[in-house]
Design a protein around this ligand. Structure first.
Ligand code: ADP
Ligand code: MG
Length: 233
C-alpha cells in the first residue's frame, strides 16, 4: 500500500541563462499523502511553477528524484511520462488554457475521448453540470466569463479522475467572488473524489483552506506550521 502519492527527494533544477547558470531549485524534499491538499506559497520568482512542473512530469530536474504513485519518473521515457500524466494527473493553469475553437462541452470531452475514456460525452455533461455550467455547453471560451472558463477547465481536469491535480495560481485571473467559487469546487472535488491537490497560490485565504502549507524561498522549501507570510505578486 503506497501512502505517499508524491515523493520528491533532493531535487535540483539548474538552467543556463545569459548571465550564467541559475539554480532555481536547491535541493527540495517533499512527500505528499494520497488525498492531501497542499498549498505552495512564496514570492514571485522563488521557483514555485518550476517545482510544480517537475513534480507533474512536465519538466525534468537537473538531479534528484520524483515519484508519482510509486513510479520513479527517472525510469521513464517521454512517452511513458506522457502516459503516466494522462492516467494519474491533471493540471489547471492560471490562464485556463482552453482551446479557443472548441465549445465548453468539446473542451471537456475531447481530451477525455482522446485518452480512451468510455462515454466521454456523457461524463463531460455530468462534469459540466457539477461545475454549474449545464447552460453553457455550446459556448466558446471567448463567450464565457473568466470564472466560467476556469470551471470548464476544472471539469476537464476532473473528468479523467486523476490521483493528483496540480493547479498553478488557479484563481490568479479571477475576481474574489469567482475565485471563491472555483476554490469551493476544487475542495469539494478533492474531498468527494479523494483527489490529491497540489496548488500554487498567492491567495492566502485559499492557501489556508489547504490541509498543509509549504513556502518556496529562494529555491528552498520550508514547511509552514503557521499562517503563511503574506507576499504580493
Ligand atoms: P515562481 O513560479 O515562484 O514565480 P518560477 O518557477 O516561474 O517562479 O521561476 C523561478 C525563477 O527561475 C525565476 O527567476 C525565473 O525567471 C527563472 N526561470 C524559470 N525557468 C527558467 C528557464 N527555463 N530559463 C531561465 N530562467 C528560468
Ligand atoms: Mg509561477
Amino acid at each position: 500500500m503506497i501512502n505517499s502519492v508524491i515523493k520528491v527527494s533532493q531535487l535540483i533544477k539548474q538552467v543556463e541563462t545569459q548571465e550564467g547558470p541559475l539554480k532555481i531549485l536547491k535541493g527540495i524534499d517533499l512527500d505528499v499523502k494520497s488525498g492531501e491538499s497542499l498549498a505552495v506559497v512564496g514570492p514571485s520568482g522563488s521557483g514555485k511553477s518550476t517545482l510544480l512542473g517537475i513534480i507533474a512530469a512536465l519538466d525534468t530536474p537537473s538531479s534528484g528524484n520524483v515519484s508519482i504513485d510509486g513510479v520513479d519518473l527517472s525510469n521513464l521515457d517521454e512517452e511513458q511520462k506522457a502516459q503516466l500524466r494522462k492516467q494519474k494527473t491533471s493540471f489547471v493553469f492560471q490562464s485556463f488554457m482552453l482551446v479557443d475553437t472548441l465549445t465548453a462541452l468539446e473542451n471537456v470531452m475531447l481530451p477525455a475521448e482522446l485518452s480512451g475514456l468510455k462515454n466521454a460525452k456523457e461524463k463531460a455533461l455530468q462534469w459540466l453540470d457539477k461545475v454549474g455550467l449545464s447552460h453553457r455547453l455550446h459556448h466558446l471560451p471567448k463567450q464565457l466569463s473568466g470564472g466560467e472558463q476556469q470551471r470548464v477547465a476544472l471539469a476537464r481536469a476532473f473528468i479523467s479522475q486523476p490521483k493528483v491535480l496540480f493547479a498553478d495560481e488557479p484563481t490568479g485571473n479571477l475576481d474574489s467572488a469567482n475565485g471563491e467559487r472555483v476554490a469551493n469546487l476544487l475542495f469539494e472535488l478533492n474531498q468527494a473524489q479523494g483527489t490529491t491537490l497540489i496548488l500554487v497560490t498567492h491567495d492566502q485565504k485559499l492557501a489556508m483552506r489547504c490541509q498543509r502549507q509549504v513556502q518556496m524561498e529562494d529555491g528552498h522549501l520550508i514547511e509552514l506550521t503557521q499562517t503563511p507570510i503574506a507576499v504580493g505578486e
